[in-house]
Ligand binder design. Structure first.
Ligand code: ZN
Length: 277
C-alpha cells in the first residue's frame, strides 16, 4: 500500500511536469501578408481592387489559423492600413532597411560575378517603386529578426488587358516559391506543394504555360526573399489565387464564397505541411 501511494505521488508530480514541458514548446510563427496596400493596390477589375481582395482572404486565413494553439499568427495589414507594428517599423527602421537591401543586392552581384549565382529566366513580374520595395524588404528584415517560420503572401493575378473592364482568357491559381539557389527553397517548395494539393480539391492550376506546374520557382520576387533577403528558416510562398477578372470573382456572392473556400483549403495545406507526417 505504501508503495502504491508512493507511486501515485510520483505520478502526480511527473504528469504536470510533462504537460508543462509540452506547453513550453514555442509556437510556430506565421506571418500573413495581404499583398499590396491602400495606395498601390495591384490589379483591378471594374471597381474591384486586388489589395482589398487580398486583405479579405488573408484575414480569413489569419482567423482560421489563429485558433490553433500550436501557432502564433501575425498579419501586416488590417482594414485601415498597415498595422502599428509594421507602420512604425517601416518609418523607424527605414535607413536600416535600405542598407539591408543594398548589401543583399551587392552580395548577390559578387556571387553572380564569381559564377556561384546564376540568374534564370523566369516569369516576368511588375517592377515595384522605391517606397513599395522598402516595405517588402522591410517585411523580410522583420521576418528574419522575429524568427518567423512561414510567410504566406496572398495575391490575385492579372495580365495586360485593354482596360479595367476587359476579361482575359488566362485563369487559375499559381503558387510562387523561392528559386533553387535561394536559402529557403527546399522547405518553401514543400509548403507550396502542400497548399497546391488542397487548392486542387476545388480550383484549377493556371492555364498560362509558365504557370502550368502550379508551383513555380522564382528568384526575383522580393516577398520570396530575392537576393537571399530571407534566411533559410523563413519559408515563404506567394499565392496568386486566380485572375482578378475570372467569373467567380466578378460576382459578389461567388467571390465571397471563394474567399471562404480558399482560406480553408490554404489553412489545411499549411497545417498538413506542419503537422502531417
Ligand atoms: Zn498582387
Amino acid at each position: 500500500m505504501k508503495r502504491f501511494i508512493l507511486l501515485l505521488i510520483l505520478c502526480l508530480c511527473i504528469f504536470p511536469l510533462i504537460s508543462s514541458a509540452e506547453d513550453a514548446t514555442p509556437p510556430i510563427r506565421i506571418l500573413i501578408v495581404p499583398g499590396h496596400d491602400n495606395e498601390v493596390y495591384g490589379a483591378e477589375y471594374g471597381n474591384i481592387k486586388e489589395a482589398d481582395m487580398n486583405l479579405v482572404l488573408a484575414t480569413q486565413i489569419y482567423n482560421i489559423l489563429k485558433k490553433d494553439k500550436r501557432l502564433k499568427l501575425y498579419i501586416t495589414r488590417d482594414s485601415k492600413d498597415f498595422v502599428r507594428e509594421f507602420k512604425d517599423y517601416f518609418v523607424n527602421q527605414k535607413d536600416k532597411i535600405i542598407a539591408f537591401k543594398t548589401k543583399a543586392k551587392k552580395d548577390t552581384q559578387v556571387k553572380v560575378d564569381k559564377g556561384t549565382f546564376v540568374y534564370k529566366k523566369g516569369v516576368g513580374h511588375n517592377q515595384v517603386n522605391q517606397e513599395t520595395a522598402i516595405g517588402l524588404y522591410g517585411i523580410n528584415m522583420w521576418a528574419n529578426e522575429n524568427k518567423i517560420d512561414l510567410v504566406i503572401n496572398v495575391h490575385f493575378n492579372d495580365i495586360t488587358r485593354e482596360d479595367k473592364w476587359s476579361i482575359g482568357t488566362t485563369k487559375g491559381f499559381a503558387i510562387y516559391v523561392p528559386g533553387s539557389q535561394m536559402a529557403n527553397n527546399v522547405e518553401s517548395t514543400k509548403l507550396g506543394e502542400s497548399i497546391k494539393k488542397e487548392l486542387l480539391k476545388k480550383y484549377s492550376v493556371s492555364n498560362l504555360p509558365v504557370e502550368k506546374k502550379g508551383v513555380i520557382a522564382d528568384q526575383t520576387l522580393i516577398a520570396l526573399g530575392a537576393s537571399n533577403t530571407l534566411v533559410d528558416g523563413v519559408k515563404s510562398v506567394l499565392i496568386e489565387y486566380g485572375y482578378i477578372y475570372q467569373k467567380i470573382f466578378r460576382n459578389s456572392a461567388t467571390r465571397h464564397q471563394a474567399y471562404k473556400d480558399m482560406a480553408l483549403l490554404t489553412s489545411n495545406g499549411i497545417l498538413n505541411y506542419l503537422f502531417k507526417k
